[in-house]
Ligand binder design. Structure first.
Ligand code: 4NP
Length: 155
């Protein structure tokens, strides 16, 4: 069982999008039993809120189902529970390390680290561009799943 937590600032735009994309990719491969996938925020801004309309709209447009999710803040206990904690941008990693008290087990990554095109995923809360965010997240999640199911391909 591999447990993955996607993390962004608010847990309403990028990280729930990554959560539902990854759950869909895993479902398409018939690997649901091998993964537990959730998402969380570094901030307290949006706690209890549903995913942003832009995220819900884009997922619906792409035919990707959304489970129930309300924004929650990452905790120190999440660091113990999850095998991988995946941020969307560098600032997320800094905040995640502050919450977890560092990253002694080297579990923290950026989503685009799994792709050839490393870097940050732009925040659609500010850019309004949910299409571009989706493309980045789709590419990142595909690469992540490939990495986890056949590590030698990408290492
Ligand atoms: P997210 O986008 O981190 O992709 O969920 C944001 C959502 C809310 C805020 C910032 C970013 N906010 O400041 O409330």
């Amino acid at each position: 069982m591999t447990r993955i937590l996607f993390v962004c600032l608010g847990n309403i735009c990028r990280s729930p999008m990554a959560q539902f994309v990854m759950q869909e990719l895993v479902r398409r491969e018939g690997l649901e039993d091998r993964f537990e996938i959730d998402s969380a925020a570094t901030s307290r801004e949006e706690i209890g809120n549903l995913p942003h309309y832009g995220t819900r709209n884009k997922l619906a447009q792409m035919g990707i189902p959304m489970g129930a999710h309300r924004a929650r803040q990452m905790t120190g206990a999440d660091y113990q529970k999850y095998d991988l904690l995946i941020g969307m941008e560098r600032w997320n990693l800094k905040a995640m390390q502050r919450i977890a008290g560092g990253d002694p087990d080297h579990k923290m990554r950026l989503l685009l680290d799994y792709t050839a095109r490393k870097g940050d995923i732009a925040d659609p809360w500010y850019t309004g561009d949910f299409d571009r965010t989706f493309d980045d997240i789709w590419e990142g999640c595909q690469a992540l799943l490939r990495h986890l199911t056949n590590p030698r391909v990408t290492e």
